[in-house]
Design a protein around this ligand. Structure first.
Ligand SMILES: Cc1ncc(COP(=O)(O)O)c(C=O)c1O
Ligand SMILES: C[C@@H](O)[C@H](N)C(=O)O
Length: 371
C-alpha cells in the first residue's frame, strides 16, 4: 500500500482550513451573533420565550403545519416525534435500514421509548419500495404475537444515500398507504430545505402528507444549534411535555432561536449554491485516476467518492493526508469518502480541495493553500 507522506515544508506551509466533514460544522455568522446578543428572551418552560415562539410559528407556517416546537437537536426531534406517535407499549415503527434514526441515534426509540423498529431496505435513492413497506405492516388479526405497526418514518433528503431527494409523489403515496392502514407518517427533515430547493418543490408541499416533521436549522441552514418539530397542535402539546421529560425544556432559548431565525432568513437562498459546488467537486473528482463518483446521484450538498480497487491508498489515509493540507473530510469505511458542503465553503475552496485530493491520490502538485 502506498503510504502518503507529506514533505515537512508542505505541512508547515498550510494556512487554510476547508471543513467538509458535515454541514453541522458551520460557525455562526456575524448576523447570527448580533441577533443572539440582542435576542428578546424569557423562560420557555414556565411560559414562552418570545423568540422561540417566533421561530416555532414561522417554521410551522413555512412547513404548512398547525404548530412547532424548538428542540436542541435533530436526534431529539426524531425521538420525541416517534415517541408521541408510538405512545402505546408494543408499538412498531417502519423505517429505512439505512436511515439516520436507525443508524446514528443510539437506538433511542427502543432504548428510551420502548418502540420496536421494523426496517425496510433503503434503495440507493433513499426511498423504500412501497410494496415492501406495506408488506412490513403487521396484520392486526395476529396481535397475539405481533407488535402493532403505528408509524412510518421517511428521511428527506436521505443522508446515507448521499443526500438523495425523495420526490413529492413518492412521499404522498407513502402517506396514502399510511392513511389506508391507520398509521402516522413522520419525516426526518434534517435537510428538508435542501430537498425542497433541489426538487424545486415548496417545502410545505413536500411534507404535506406527513403528520410530523423534524426540520433542522443546524445543518445546511447554518444555525449553531436547533431543530423544530412541526405537526398538529395536539401533537406539539404532547411533544412539549415529552421534551421536558427528556431534559430538553430550555429556559432563555431565544438566544439560539434568534440565530436560527437569521439562518432561516438568509441561508435557504444559499442552498442551491451548496448543491452546485457539490456537483463541481463531484465532476472534478470523477476525472481523477483511481476515484469514482456517481455524479448523477449528487442531488444536494453531499458527495460520496469511491476509491477504486488498485488505487493503493485507503479512505482513512486520504483523510489523514488531506488534514495535513487543511482539508477535513470523513472516511466511510476503507474505500469511500464523504464530502459535505455548506454556505461557508467557497468556490476557491472547491478548487483547492480538488487539487489536494488529486495530489494525495496521484502525487501531482497541489495548489498553494494560502487563501
Ligand atoms: C438525516 C439526519 N437526521 C438527523 C440528524 C440528527 O441531527 P443532530 O446531529 O442535530 O442530532 C442528522 C445529523 O446530522 C442527520 O443527518
Ligand atoms: C454523522 C451524522 O450523525 C450527522 N448527522 C452528519 O450527517 O454529519
Amino acid at each position: 500500500m502506498m503510504l502518503y507522506k507529506m514533505s515537512s515544508d508542505s505541512v508547515n506551509m498550510v494556512t487554510r482550513r476547508v471543513d467538509l466533514r458535515s454541514d453541522t460544522v458551520t460557525k455562526p455568522t456575524e448576523a447570527m451573533r448580533a441577533a443572539m446578543a440582542k435576542a428578546e428572551v424569557d423562560d420557555d418552560v414556565l411560559g414562552n420565550d418570545p423568540t422561540a415562539l417566533c421561530l416555532e410559528t414561522e417554521m410551522a407556517r413555512i412547513l404548512g403545519k398547525e404548530a412547532g416546537l424548538f428542540v436542541p437537536s435533530g436526534t431529539m426531534g426524531n425521538l420525541i416525534s416517534v415517541l408521541v406517535h408510538c405512545n402505546v407499549r408494543g408499538s412498531e415503527v417502519i423505517l429505512g435500514d439505512n436511515s439516520h434514526i436507525h443508524i446514528y441515534e443510539n437506538g433511542g426509540i427502543s432504548t428510551i421509548g420502548g418502540v420496536h423498529p421494523r426496517t425496510v431496505k433503503n434503495n440507493k435513492d433513499g426511498t423504500m419500495d412501497i410494496n415492501l413497506i406495506e408488506a412490513a405492516i403487521r396484520d392486526p388479526e395476529f396481535e397475539i404475537c405481533y407488535p402493532t405497526t403505528t408509524l412510518i418514518c421517511l428521511e428527506n433528503s436521505h443522508a446515507n444515500s448521499g443526500g438523495r431527494c425523495l420526490p413529492v409523489d413518492y412521499i404522498n403515496k407513502v402517506g396514502e398507504l399510511a392513511n389506508k392502514h391507520g398509521l402516522k407518517l413522520h419525516i426526518d427533515g434534517a435537510r428538508i430545505f435542501n430537498a425542497s430547493v433541489a426538487l424545486g418543490v415548496p417545502v410545505h408541499r413536500l411534507v404535506q402528507a406527513a403528520d410530523s416533521v423534524s426540520a433542522c436549522l443546524s445543518k445546511g441552514l447554518g444555525a449553531p444549534a436547533g431543530t423544530v418539530i412541526v405537526g398538529s397542535k395536539s401533537f406539539i402539546a404532547k411533544a412539549k411535555i415529552l421534551r421536558k421529560t427528556l431534559g430538553g425544556g430550555m429556559r432563555q432559548v431565544g438566544v439560539l432561536c434568534a440565530a436560527a431565525l437569521v439562518a432561516l432568513q438568509e441561508n435557504v437562498a444559499k442552498l442551491e449554491g451548496d448543491h452546485k459546488k457539490a456537483k463541481v467537486l463531484a465532476e472534478g473528482l470523477n476525472k481523477i485516476k483511481g476515484l469514482k463518483v456517481d455524479v448523477t446521484s449528487v442531488e444536494t450538498n453531499i458527495v460520496y467518492c469511491d476509491i477504486l480497487e488498485g488505487t493503493n491508498i485507503t479512505a482513512p489515509k486520504i483523510c489523514m493526508a488531506l488534514e495535513e493540507l487543511g482539508i477535513l473530510v470523513m472516511p466511510e469505511g476503507l474505500s469511500r469518502i464523504r464530502i459535505v458542503f455548506h454556505h461557508q465553503i467557497s468556490e476557491s475552496d472547491v478548487q483547492y480541495t480538488l487539487s489536494c485530493i488529486q495530489h494525495v491520490v496521484t502525487g501531482t502538485p497541489h495548489e498553494n493553500g494560502d487563501t
